[in-house]
Design a protein around this ligand. Structure first.
Ligand code: HEM
Ligand code: HEM
Length: 202
């Protein structure tokens, strides 16, 4: 696969492709959701004996607090989307323009990758869908938080109904994460300017 507009990350003087707001938002959301996915593999929410005596029980407490923090980053992301028309068009091009997406698809069919950056296109559309997906996790998780049993009481019926809603899309989040990190690796191998999004200082 070849790249359009390939350029090197070693060029230190050039401007970062992403505005600082996008970089901080990505740092919070990407780190938060990644921690949530991996903590969910080993945590045990033990409602009957919530004494946090084991590592896996502590991990559940960690999942809850990191989840709430990630929800705040997502709230910030949605406020940005709501107040900036260009950012809205980039992630959710429902009113168009559609040609950058078709153009990216045409490139892909020819075995080429679009150069990265915060612009409209296939990647941005998938990022928008990813944001919707993780926002569902954050929303359902936050509601769960308020109905967690206190003082070792058994979980109520409402909580029992909320948990399947939270779990329903978790495999899709894994699929998004694997695809997203996979594309990151492909761009990195091509020495594309992909690391800019992680540079928080400059
Ligand atoms: C599931 C967790 C993650 C979510 C929800 C997520 C979400 C996003 C979003 C919304 C963007 C677009 C940012 C913008 O243009 O303003 C983006 C871009 C990017 N993400 Fe993530 N991210 C996640 C995890 C990761 C991880 C773990 C890595 C790397 C190891 C990563 C690497 C990147 C890179 C390199 C870009 C720039 C791609 C481009 O625009 O061409 N992300 N991500
Ligand atoms: C961005 C935020 C969050 C993400 C991405 C996330 C992700 C996940 C994932 C992937 C699972 C595993 C689902 C499965 O086993 O199929 C899970 C389970 C769970 N999460 Fe979250 N979560 C988030 C926030 C929260 C919050 C704030 C809470 C509040 C306490 C929470 C409570 C739970 C509970 C109770 C389970 C079920 C555990 C079980 O029954 O084994 N989550 N979460």
């Amino acid at each position: 696969m070849s790249l359009k507009n390939n350029s090197s990350d070693s060029d230190a003087d050039r401007e970062n492709l992403w505005p600082p707001e996008a970089r901080w938002l990505h740092a919070g959301i990407a780190a938060g959701v990644t921690i949530q996915l991996f903590s969910s593999l080993w945590m045990t929410p033990d409602w009957q004996h919530a004494d946090y005596a084991s590592f896996t029980q502590l991990l559940f407490s960690f999942h809850a607090w990191v989840g709430l923090t990630t929800a705040l980053f997502l709230l910030w992301q949605w406020l940005w989307i709501a107040t900036s028309a260009p950012v809205r068009r980039q992630f959710f091009p429902f009113m168009g323009p559609w040609h950058p997406i078709f153009n990216d698809l045409r490139l892909l069919l020819r075995g080429q990758l679009q150069a990265p950056g915060p612009a409209s296109g296939l990647a941005a559309l998938l990022h928008g869908l990813g944001l919707l997906l993780v926002s569902w996790m954050a929303l359902t998780g936050t509601v769960i938080f308020f109905f967690l049993p206190q003082g070792g009481t058994p979980p109520g019926a409402l909580l029992q109904n909320l948990i399947p809603l939270h779990k329903a899309l978790s495999n899709l989040v894994w699929a998004y994460w694997i695809g997203h990190v996979g594309m990151f690796a492909v761009h990195l191998l091509r020495r594309d300017r992909i690391l800019d999004i992680f540079r928080l200082g400059s």
